[in-house]
Ligand binder design. Structure first.
Ligand SMILES: [Zn+2]
Length: 373
């Protein structure tokens, strides 16, 4: 079913700390993005405070008529790009040596003893993580981080407790570049206009969302800067991406699946699917003879919080965002495959899709732009 997407831009009004895991250590690191589940929780909280759990709340959050994506850091109001696990750049200078940016998927697919790539400065290439502002300029998104120290206060005496110093990391603006978080909300076209109108009424622009850790200490305030319908840019259309992967006269067609967010899949016995992810999990049948050529996978553990109940959710074991798989199939299968893959992109895959999980891109332009030659 076609879906309507709205792009939302959030601006921090205070430093943000999103726990990477449950707070079990004295030094807590922050995620550098806002998970869809967190943003969704903040919207739900405002809804409950203003209206309680009414019919509209149930429609949007219980029936999951609106899906929230992860919100990624950006230095502008544009959607940034999460660099896939295949991305590599100069080991010593990173993207300061812009020309060194490469994608390693094709080398792996061809499995022809990958030539040791080097940067022009002579340093080897190494995996690079983070976000690109856009692929043309190869500008990396700048994110500031700070450490805040705290002393634990005894509940009985009201004074500082010995040995209870703790710190956590926070995201802040860097002096030269603004920090925003950009993501999308989407709904089935059938009632998208209606559910987005309800949301706008209850959570209007300028409304403050409160997110993450230490909210009582003034952290985690964000305001909604803008929202507007998002349409696919021309160079991101499915056909264009597919063509760029299949510019050869091979008897086979090639395609890649890149995870834009964590993927939570379970097998028939309810166990999480992790490093044994294969073609069948994407719903390909034997008839299409899809063959796995390469994969770059990483695991992820997600600790959750249920804002409505004020309770922790069980950990979710997932395959990390940025993971990539590449496949080939006989050219005869191409038509059927393309249809199936487009549907996968629209519908997403696996569990917790309303919270941003299971979003993927087929034949991501990053691989074709930085991979070949
Ligand atoms: Zn270099």
């Amino acid at each position: 079913m076609p879906r309507m997407k709205m792009k939302f831009v959030l601006k921090p009004e205070a430093p943000i700390a999103i726990l990477r895991s449950r707070a079990t250590s004295q030094f807590v690191k922050t995620l550098d993005y806002l998970p869809g589940s967190t943003v969704r929780g903040a919207f739900a909280e405002i809804f409950i405070n203003k209206r309680g759990i009414d019919h509209d709340f149930k429609r949007i959050f219980v029936e999951e008529r609106i899906r929230f994506s992860d919100f990624l850091p950006s230095n502008s109001t544009d959607l940034p790009l999460l660099m896939p696990l295949t991305a590599a750049a100069c080991k010593r200078h990173g993207l300061e040596h812009q020309e060194s940016l490469r994608d390693r998927l094709w080398e792996e697919m061809k499995s022809s003893s990958p030539a040791k790539q080097r940067c022009q400065c002579g340093e080897p290439l190494d995996r690079i993580a983070g976000y690109l502002s856009d692929m043309a300029t190869k500008q990396k998104v700048e994110i500031g981080k700070q450490l805040r120290m705290h002393v634990g206060i005894s509940r009985t005496t009201g004074s500082a407790m010995q040995g209870l110093l703790f710190s956590y990391e926070m995201l802040t603006e860097r002096s030269a570049s603004a920090l925003m978080f950009v993501g999308t909300l989407e709904a089935d076209e059938v009632d998208a206009a209606e559910v987005f109108a309800i949301l706008q009424q209850v959570v209007p622009d300028r409304e403050h969302l409160s997110i993450g850790k230490a909210r009582t200490r003034g952290l985690g305030e964000l305001s909604i800067v803008s929202r507007g319908e998002w349409t696919v840019p021309k160079d991101f259309e499915f056909n264009e991406r597919w063509q760029n992967f299949n510019k050869n006269d091979s008897a086979e067609c090639f395609f890649a699946i890149t995870l834009d967010s964590h993927l939570a899949l379970k097998d028939k016995l309810g166990r999480p699917v992790l490093d044994d992810l294969s073609a069948a999990h994407f719903g390909f049948s034997e008839k299409e003879q899809v063959k796995l050529l390469a994969r770059f996978l990483a695991p992820a553990v997600v600790a959750g919080w249920n804002a409505a109940q004020g309770l922790p959710k069980p950990d979710t074991h997932a395959i990390s965002r940025g993971s990539v798989l590449a496949f080939s199939a006989p050219k005869d299968s191409a038509e059927a495959l393309r249809e199936h893959l487009q549907q996968l992109e629209t519908e997403g895959l696996g569990e917790r899709r309303a919270e941003g999980f299971g979003k993927l891109t087929v034949c991501h332009p990053f691989h074709s732009k930085f991979g070949k030659e």
